[in-house]
Write a new protein. Structure first.
Length: 315
């Protein structure tokens, strides 16, 4: 005999109350900036559950808003007491998101009593941080930033090869439109979020994972012991998620493709980099990315051919 709403409701209420006692975390960042890596690292912490991609304010809330608007339009000639109000939209959205958080927890198989933080990783939330902040005023946010040249290169292999744009057009689009939008949008609300907002560069995490991780764990208010840091590193390791490959052992058809810094030098033509970097130079410099090409841009690719040849083969 199936469960009824009366059977389910009390358990649901208890799970929502449990979610309400936890700190909330949202990981954001331009696609292909390492947000999944960060999610895996933090989810491996015994006091945290971090999953993705809920697309809460990227998809769910706008669709709910449309539904509320359509309903109120239908009710326009009826008693105003039947109209849905803005506060009810916010309460509905938060309740649904809390329900998803409760599902994250139940499927993690972690003891809820030992948790401190529950979170979500949705890269596209970069453009809707104000809405998330409105729904969760006490939540913390981590914005992952990565060199736009590596972001665009990774995006090409993950998305671009099925895109109608050719190689150079796609790289130009991702570097000069997608990356700046996703980097600028969070920066515009960073002051409003204050100490609950943190940026981390992919390159810094790659260069010194233990130190950067411990800093993030302290930011999140969870155990930052050596054992906790090791658990995160083991749970989020590239090898664990890439069918046993080490960083730098590339599989262009796998989500975890390379896991390296500077791989753009093996794929992007010098002329394309010059054009793209020139248009986003101030933003790159703001985040510590030297847009100079140096000698590496003319160095051979991983297969021994010049970057011009490697890039040309990808078109």
């Amino acid at each position: 005999m199936g469960s009824t709403i009366e059977d389910i409701y009390p358990q649901w209420r208890r799970s929502i109350e449990a979610v309400g006692r936890l700190d909330k975390l949202f990981i954001v960042g331009c696609a292909k900036s390492g947000t999944t890596w960060l999610q895996n690292l933090l989810h491996a912490h015994p006091q945290m559950v971090v999953r993705g991609e809920g697309c809460f304010t990227y998809q769910l809330v706008p669709l709910l808003s449309q539904a509320f608007g359509a309903f109120n339009k239908h009710q326009h000639d009826k008693d105003p007491i039947t109209h849905m109000r803005d506060a009810e939209l916010l309460l509905t959205a938060r309740t649904l998101i809390d329900s998803q958080f409760a599902r994250y927890i139940s499927e993690s198989r972690k003891q809820a009593s030992g948790l401190r933080v529950v979170g979500d990783k949705t890269p596209q939330h970069t453009i809707s941080l104000p809405a998330l902040h409105q729904l969760y005023p006490k939540a913390k946010f981590i914005n992952m930033i990565r060199d736009p040249r590596d972001v665009a290169t990774s995006a090409w292999f993950h998305f671009g090869r099925n895109d109608q744009r050719g190689f150079e057009e796609y790289i130009r689009y991702f570097m000069t439109q997608v990356w700046p939008l996703n980097v600028n949008a969070p920066a515009q609300v960073a002051a409003q979020l204050g100490p609950r907002y943190r940026t981390i560069r992919y390159e810094d995490l790659h260069a010194d994972e233990p130190v950067q991780l411990r800093d993030l764990l302290q930011f999140l208010g969870v155990d930052d012991s050596d054992a906790a840091v090791r658990a995160c590193m083991e749970g989020g390791s590239f090898k664990r998620h890439s069918r046993g490959r080490e960083r730098g052992q590339t599989d262009n058809d796998h989500f975890y493709r390379s896991g390296t810094v500077g791989d753009w030098q093996n794929h992007l033509p010098v002329s394309l980099i010059q054009a793209c970097c020139g248009s986003i130079k101030p933003l790159m410099q703001e985040y510590g990315y030297d847009n100079g090409l140096h000698e590496q841009a003319d160095a051979p690719g991983q297969d021994g051919r010049s970057t011009q040849t490697v890039a040309g083969r990808r078109r």
